[in-house]
Design a protein around this ligand. Structure first.
Ligand SMILES: [Zn+2]
Length: 193
């Protein structure tokens, strides 16, 4: 039989719902709740394990720290592109900065209501993108940009790095003249918050 002992240590970042241990092991402390004999985090923060008193509690990282949820409108930077997926480093919900780093995935099928042939026609590494959280699995946020107000809000020339300007359905670099494609939000280039 496998021993199921908690591998938790003090100082780990947890979000609401994360398992912290079982009641045979620990006394549930501040910032936790118990469900079916298991202790979970009620708030986002760092774990505090009091080994002497066998107590687990959560130290709130930031008062009222926010984490993305299903339906949240988030903003982030494209950190990498795979063949059919853009990886987004989420840094904001709405206009509020987030504490901690959250990873988002934008699949090619969730970019637009119309067919997107290549992920490289929708966004590029370094672009700033606004998206909606459509599901969450293991702290990975699955994103969509099919609504008109979602998509790339700032993008940069892949040749010279200058910020691209929108010209009808294409992007153009005002410095070197290169044309590029993006799936841009309706207010591309105007988000100054
Ligand atoms: Zn350029």
């Amino acid at each position: 039989m496998k021993k199921t002992r908690s591998k938790r240590q003090s100082g780990q970042f947890v979000v609401p719902g994360d398992p912290l241990g079982v009641i045979e092991e620990f006394i549930p402390g501040q910032g936790t709740y118990v469900e079916k004999g298991k202790i979970h985090a009620k708030i986002s923060g760092r774990t505090l394990l009091d080994m002497q008193n066998k107590k687990v509690s959560i130290y709130p990282l930031v008062r009222g720290a926010r984490v993305p949820r299903i339906g949240s409108i988030v903003t982030g930077q494209v950190s990498n592109l795979l063949s059919k997926t853009a990886i987004i480093r989420i840094s904001r919900i709405g206009k509020e900065s987030l504490s901690g780093v959250f990873s988002g995935l934008l699949y090619i099928s969730d970019i637009s209501q119309s067919y997107v042939d290549s992920i490289h026609d929708a966004c590029k590494r370094g672009d700033i993108i606004r998206a909606k959280v459509i599901s969450v699995t293991n702290h990975i946020y699955h994103l969509s940009t099919t609504d008109k107000n979602l998509g790339v809000i700032y993008s940069f020339c892949s040749r010279c790095g200058h910020m691209l300007q929108r010209r009808r359905y294409r992007m153009v670099c005002p410095k070197c003249g290169k044309y590029e494609k993006r799936h841009a939000a309706i207010d591309y280039g105007k988000d100054v918050s």
